[in-house]
Design a protein around this ligand. Structure first.
Ligand SMILES: Cc1ncc(COP(=O)(O)O)c(C=O)c1O
Length: 394
């Protein structure tokens, strides 16, 4: 069945807008990600998935081990749902949340918390000690690089050198209730920055590709020296790195014991723009044509599910099917209505779906309660999203 016809058939009796997961494309993306990791264990980034049913499927795959969570409450909920080996990749500083994690660790779950300062260690240690827990910690090493006064990367951790990492590790060693477990070195400027973003000019994209080339050896050396220093002094259980956009680079780094991938499976728009990546669009949503203001304009209900990050055209969702459908420049994807221009061969009538792709992977699930699993022109399954479970972490 041709692609639009298959979605139209699958969604015929469904209330729209609705989010979907294309089973064939998702499974193909999973296989490709496993091949790209080439035997290095893959930790799944939950922020890019946000759906327990999908996380379960991913962790059933050989070589997929553990989750990278984004809050302590999320990790505690996932532990209660039966998941283990949970790395919370962003600092938790609130007392209640830290206490909940510590109590969950006492109950037997492995939840590793990420720190980058004495303050983080002190807060975590206090909550852990009170709960009688021994919470494993991971130090976040900043992997941003500087190139002639250009800061290439993100602003997260102030730990930029092996010496700074050792200093945090010493604080960990002297704090009751916590111990050092891992090092995380996420090279955001390589993994999360597309090579050919259409919202940039050709010159900017060429500069990004050049900076990536220069950044790689610096990242590799910083990660090696920090991992070696920490391991020699305190012992490390894991060194995490990478993301969907950098798996080949990261898996080749001998210091790394596990790579992270989250966006790969849904393959939103952003991952169309990396050199060498070959993922199929596997998730998105369908809006319904509800009115026909002009011969070639089909106005749909819902639609404006825009991605986070610097505001730009690349964060907007786009019509995907039927092929040739496009947004109107002056209206874009709207809060409750989205006009779509289309004058192709499909007779797009009131009640028909327009299939949309979103900008960034997991954010789709912030807007929908379930993902309808489609296959061969049918809905074959449905998974509740975090939102569908009544969960909203950040
Ligand atoms: C710490 C960390 N690791 C890995 C990733 C990669 O995630 P993805 O594969 O979804 O790009 C991210 C994404 O932002 C991240 O923050």
């Amino acid at each position: 069945m041709e692609a639009y016809g298959a979605y139209r058939a699958a969604l015929e009796d469904r209330e729209l807008p609705a989010a979907f997961l294309d089973r064939g494309a998702f499974e193909a993306n999973l296989d490709r990600t496993a091949a790209r990791a080439d035997g290095v264990p893959v930790r799944v980034a939950t922020k890019s998935v946000r759906c327990v049913g999908v996380l379960e499927r991913l962790l059933a795959e050989p070589g997929f081990e553990g989750l990278m969570c984004y809050t302590g409450h999320e990790a505690a909920d996932l532990a209660a749902a039966g998941f283990d080996d949970l790395l919370v990749a962003y600092p938790v500083v609130g007392d209640d949340e830290l206490r909940r994690v510590a109590e969950t660790v006492v109950d037997g779950a492995r939840i590793v918390l990420t720190v980058d300062s004495e303050e983080h260690v002190r807060r975590t240690g206090a909550a852990a000690d009170e709960a009688g827990a021994d919470v494993p910690l991971c130090i976040d090493l900043d992997c941003s690089t500087e190139h002639l006064s250009v800061h290439f990367g993100v602003r997260r951790s102030p730990v930029r050198t092996p010496a700074a990492a050792l200093s945090v590790a010493e604080t960990v060693a002297g704090t009751p209730g916590v111990h050092l477990s891992g090092l995380m070195c996420y090279e955001a400027q390589l993994a999360g920055l597309p090579d050919r973003n259409p919202a940039n000019g050709a010159v900017e994209n060429a500069a990004i590709r050049r900076l990536k080339e220069r950044s790689r050896p610096v990242v590799r050396e910083r990660r090696r020296s920090a991992a070696e220093a920490l391991d020699a002094e305190f012992g490390l259980e894991f060194v995490n790195g990478g993301g969907t956009g950098s798996l080949e680079f990261t898996r080749e780094d001998p210091s790394v014991t596990e790579v992270t991938a989250g966006s790969a499976y849904y393959a939103p728009r952003q991952f169309d723009w990396y050199d060498g990546l070959d993922y199929d669009p596997a998730a998105g949503y369908a809006v319904e044509v509800t009115r026909l203001p002009d011969d070639d304009v089909h106005t749909c209900r819902g639609g404006g599910y825009v991605a986070s990050g610097p505001v730009g055209e690349d964060k907007a969702p786009v019509p995907w099917l039927p092929e040739g459908a496009e947004l109107l420049e002056r209206e874009g994807a709207g809060e409750v209505q989205t006009p779509v221009r289309y004058d192709g061969p499909v007779d797009l009538a009131v009640g028909d779906p327009v299939v949309m792709r979103h900008g960034k992977a997991g954010e789709l699930c912030r807007f929908f309660e379930e993902l309808l699993v489609v296959d061969g022109g049918e809905v074959v399954d449905a998974h509740a999203t975090y939102r569908g479970e009544g969960k909203c972490y950040v």
